[in-house]
Design a protein around this ligand. Structure first.
Ligand SMILES: Cc1ncc(C[n+]2csc(CCOP(=O)(O)OP(=O)(O)O)c2C)c(N)n1
Length: 200
C-alpha cells in the first residue's frame, strides 16, 4: 500500500475530524488530497504530533482527533504510547504509517521496524488494546471505521511502501497554518460544534 492511497481511503472521514500530522512526506500527501481547516501539520517538531494530538483530545473531548504519524517519528517519542494509554482519550486515533525508513530525509535511513520492531505490539504492551497492523487500504479503512465507531483510543499501524509525494511543497506557510487551525478550534467551541464523522 502507498501511504497516499491509505490516506485517500479514509479521507472522507478525516475531512470531518481534527487531524494532526507529523512532518515531511505525510502532510504533503494529505495536503494534496485537500486541505481542511481542521488539519494541522506539526512542522519541524519530529515525534511530537502524538503529544500535540493528545493535548487537543484531552482538552476538547467533543472533537474526534486523528494523529497521522510515521514510524521514525513515533520511535523518537515512544513514551507517548504509555502516556496515551494512561490518559486513554476516547476521541483519539493514532494512525502510524510505517514505511520502515526515515523517508523525508532519504530512504537509506532504516528505522527499527525494518529489523523487526512491531509498533502495534509496543502499543499493546503500553496498554492500548485497540491496535493492529494493516497492509491494504481495505483493511486500514475497516479498522479505522471500527475505531471511530467504538469511540475508543486506538493505535493503527499501516505498513506502507517507502515512497513519498512528487513534491513536498505545501502552499500554506506554517504560521498561517498555526493561526488558521487555532481559529478553527475556537470557532468550533463558539458554535458548540462537535465533529460528525458519519458525513462524507
Ligand atoms: C528532532 C528532529 N530530528 C530530525 C529531523 C529531520 N527529519 C525530518 S522528517 C524526518 C523523518 C521522519 O520519519 P517518519 O516519521 O518515519 O516519516 P517518513 O519521513 O518516513 O514519512 C527526519 C529525520 C527533525 N525534523 N527533527
Amino acid at each position: 500500500m502507498l501511504r497516499v492511497d491509505g490516506l485517500k481511503a479514509i479521507y472522507p472521514e478525516l475531512s470531518h475530524c481534527i487531524v494532526v500530522t507529523n512532518m515531511g512526506a505525510a502532510p504533503a500527501e494529505l495536503f494534496s488530497l485537500g486541505h481542511q481547516p481542521g488539519f494541522f501539520y506539526v512542522w519541524h517538531s519530529m515525534g511530537l504530533a502524538s503529544s500535540v494530538g493528545l493535548g487537543i483530545a484531552l482538552s476538547r473531548p467533543e472533537l474526534q482527533v486523528i494523529v497521522v504519524d510515521g514510524d521514525g517519528s513515533l520511535l523518537m517519542n515512544l513514551g507517548s504510547l504509555t502516556t496515551l494509554a494512561r490518559h486513554r482519550p476516547a476521541n483519539l486515533i493514532h494512525l502510524v504509517f510505517d514505511n520502515e525508513v526515515l523517508l523525508s530525509v532519504g530512504r537509506s535511513f532504516t528505522t527499527a521496524t525494518a529489523t523487526g520492531t512491531d509498533l502495534a505490539a509496543m502499543a499493546a504492551g503500553a496498554g492500548i488494546s485497540r491496535t493492529g497492523t494493516y497492509r491494504t487500504e481495505e483493511d486500514l479503512r475497516r479498522a479505522f471505521l471500527e475505531a471511530l465507531a467504538a469511540r475508543e483510543l486506538a493505535v493503527l499501524v499501516a505498513k506502507v511502501e517507502p515512497q513519498g509525494p512528487p513534491s513536498y511543497f505545501i502552499d500554506l506557510h506554517f504560521l498561517e497554518s498555526r493561526f488558521q487551525f487555532q481559529r478553527h478550534l475556537r470557532q468550533l467551541a463558539a458554535t458548540g460544534a462537535g465533529q460528525d464523522t458519519s458525513q462524507g
